[in-house]
Design a binder for this molecule. Sequence first.
Ligand code: NAD
Length: 537
Amino acid sequence: MRIKENPGGARYGKTLSGGHYINGKWMGEDASEKFQSLNPSNLDDVVGEFPIGGANEVDAACKAARDAFMKWKNVPAPVRGEVISKVGAVLREQKEMISRLITREIGKPLREARGEVQEAIDTAAFFQSEGRRLYGQTVPSELRNKQLETFRRPLGVCAMITAGNFPCAVPAWKIIPALLCGNTVVWKPSEDAPATAYAFLNAFRQAGLMDGVINVVYGHGPTTGQAVVDAIDRGLINKVSFTGSSQIGMKIGEVCGRNLQVPSLELGGKNPMIVMDDADLGLAVTGAIWSAYGTGGQRCTSLGNLIIHEKVADEFVERFQQEAAKLVIGDPSFNEDITYGPMIAERFMERYLQHHDMAAGTGAKCLLKGERITADNAPAGFCGNAERGLFVTPSLYDGVSIGDDLAQTEVFGPTVNVIRVASFDEAMAAANGTKYGLSSAIYTDNPQLRLRFKNEITAGMSSINNSTTGAEAHLPFGGNGWSGNGTRESGIWVIDAYTKWHCINIDDSGGLQLAQMDVEEVDTGAADSLADLVTSG
Ligand code: NAD
């Protein structure tokens, strides 16, 4: 690892020149071909440069992880928990540095970046003590002098492939519990945030994790990510945990399926928020603005469809537009008070600018047409370099129908659709009316409607009188349908994703006892009316 001068972006910091991390050693630092991580607030700022891994690096990482697994799984779980606690301590110590790096590398406001690192710290705190609780069970046997026990066993080599919008929290959700359970890791971080991945990896190195337990291979999806997926077919990987788009998640699911593996797939969302006619509209507008435009709409849990009762829709939309006009967009490295920063990468900006095409030929009315911010059209309060940053203004569509492409497609940008409904039933049909099922919210003070919402919504996560976004380290996170395959991250639930159950029979009877066959019979005394159907033999 080297720190280099950064002439184009010196005021942001220097450039990190890194390498893959395999078996405790750096590899590829001097590779002739490297990819660059650019600051999306200012593309002249080179945050880092990293080599592009292929099958060779992935195979070496898998081999290192396989060898290390034989040692790491035998380290007592409470001792593994102690290592995790040290990881948490390093993250805490370096919280401000890592937060600022996240802000620089993906353009997330500093307050949110700090929250994200805190989520990783909280995850370490939670799993530190899970090492003392990795409970199995004792189970009664149907036979005498026989004991039954269950143990959680680690799976082996876990491949992690992660998206760039949560470059610290999401890897923490995966890597920390996987290691705590005794697995080893090969991680392919997002090409959008390799420097943050380096800083996060560094916490494990500083915590003294043994070589080979965590390995990192950098690169892009179609090359390096694909090489990881190919390694599943070659039997080098026992488990994949993926966070990213539904399309890539489906492909990974297919490969895992033919290898009889259950991946953890945390995918996209088109998250609904219902606003009923009895809702506190001020609260609902604040929640909707944050859900739709916070983080520039670049959260998997961002609000996509705003389903509003027609009795309050006009007033809601008017108040929503007034609040939208107050958003402050800009470069978060130098402005702590911005609402949202740039698009994380050019491909997200292009997709955002193109999403307006979906409105053509529908009844949707564009109330705010988000576009790229330039020096000529910068909105009031904009504080950034419009020419060199990937900044966009927000979008708002009204009169959208749930069947429209606009309502069905994840955009991953600051845009939201208003869908007007006449009843709670219609609202629920719209809320459950996409193929996704990640997050959801309702604003109402009616307890009956809250109860129906809780029971009828098909999303994996729901808020009542709060936004569609947000997670806590000890609550299950995940979705259904196109949002995921039902596995969950965080809390005790994720332990099921990184362990398999092993049951043990201990027979101290001194004979060969057979379950079902040698079980003592209980005489019920009931006459057997069907006894004459067969002879007694
Ligand atoms: P993406 O699927 O393009 O990339 C995610 C990761 O997969 C990256 O590391 C990428 O390099 C890798 N990848 C890409 N193509 C691959 C391939 N063919 N084989 C193997 N790996 C490949 O996702 P993105 O567009 O970068 O991220 C945004 C998406 O992630 C959105 O859909 C968002 O909703 C989703 N997301 C979901 C969650 C969640 O927890 N459900 C959290 C964050 C982001």
